[in-house]
Design a binder for this molecule. Structure first.
Ligand code: CP
Length: 306
């Protein structure tokens, strides 16, 4: 099973079996203590057509800590895209300069296209509102670190469930672990039907809600998300929902002791800073878990760890 990672693209969380996901989490746990330069001589290309703090920097940090090198761009306007070069041709070039590519792109399906152009592994760093598989792996790792298990937990996702790609990947992945899922959003930002249908077909229990306060006292994880302003076709629609909910100290009065609040970040208004030292906040640890998880993935797709 594990040999399958060598040379493999990571485009959608649905491309990984439950056993493969568990293997990545196991290797990530080992990476927390690893000191060996496993990827010396290897080069990572980070091609970011959209802004990023965590995904790009944690991939670059992961590669550097493992002894490898990094090249790439954060602004496609300073590359030959500005002269009209196609994504296909650009990936064909980078294929000769790097051993693995991480790409973030606003168009859904762009990472899949890049993987068809490249011979080296392509890792999807987020494609439009579609998928963010490495975020999901670090989210699963974080859930396991904070609760000592994943199976059977009650997990709420709140916020922009329509345009937020992290919740799409996470809901699909949690279907492997028989969790009870609670989806909280304004009516216009509900989880897409294709995800709900996938959960139904797998007999996963889920419910749909409008208010965080209705479910927060019964869940183990609250996964909050930002309203994705940049993906709204109509700015007025964004204005209607931009402050749909705020997690603050008041709402945490009767929650379970083990409740952890996660967020892929950046946050805007969804979580009041007073929550940061409540004992329930876990979003900064979550972001830091990007290092061992991405180190694991890089080492596995580059064939250094099975
Ligand atoms: N979680 C996440 O994808 O953050 P960035 O957009 O900063 O990479």
């Amino acid at each position: 099973m594990s040999a399958h990672f060598s040379g493999r693209d990571i485009i959608s969380i649905s491309d990984l079996t439950k056993q493969e996901i568990i293997r990545v989490l196991e290797v990530a746990k080992l990476m927390q203590k690893n000191k060996k330069p496993l990827l010396q001589g290897k080069v990572l290309a980070t091609l970011f057509f959209e802004p990023s703090t965590r995904t790009r920097l944690s991939f670059e940090s992961s590669m550097t800590k493992l002894g490898g090198g990094v090249l790439g761009f954060t602004d496609p306007n300073v590359t030959s895209f500005s002269k009209g070069e196609t994504l296909w041709d650009a990936i064909k070039m980078v294929d000769g300069y790097a051993d693995v590519i991480v790409m973030r792109h606003p168009l859904e399906g762009a990472a899949r296209l890049a993987s068809e152009a490249a011979k080296v592994p392509v890792i999807n760093g987020g494609d439009g509102a579609n998928q963010h598989p490495t975020q999901t792996l670090l989210d699963l790792f974080t859930i396991k670190e904070s609760q000592k298990k994943i199976t059977g937990l009650k997990i709420a996702m709140a916020g922009d469930l329509k345009y937020g790609r992290t919740v799409h990947s996470l809901a699909s992945a949690l279907a492997h672990f028989n969790c009870g899922l609670f989806f909280v959003s304004p009516e216009t930002l509900r989880m897409p039907n294709y995800i709900l249908e996938e959960l139904e077909s797998k007999k996963i229990k889920f419910s749909v809600h409008k208010e965080v306060k209705d479910i927060i006292d019964e869940v183990d994880i609250l996964y909050a998300t930002r309203i994705q302003k940049e993906r709204f076709p109509d700015h007025q629609e964004y204005e209607k929902v931009k402050n749909a909910y705020v997690i603050n100290r008041d709402i945490l009065k009767n929650v379970k002791k083990n409740l952890k609040i996660m967020h892929p970040l950046p946050r805007v208004n969804e979580i009041d800073p007073s929550v940061d030292d409540s004992g329930h906040a876990y979003y900064f640890e979550q972001a830091h878990n990007g290092i061992p998880v991405r180190q694991a993935l890089l080492s596995m797709v580059l064939g250094m760890i099975k």
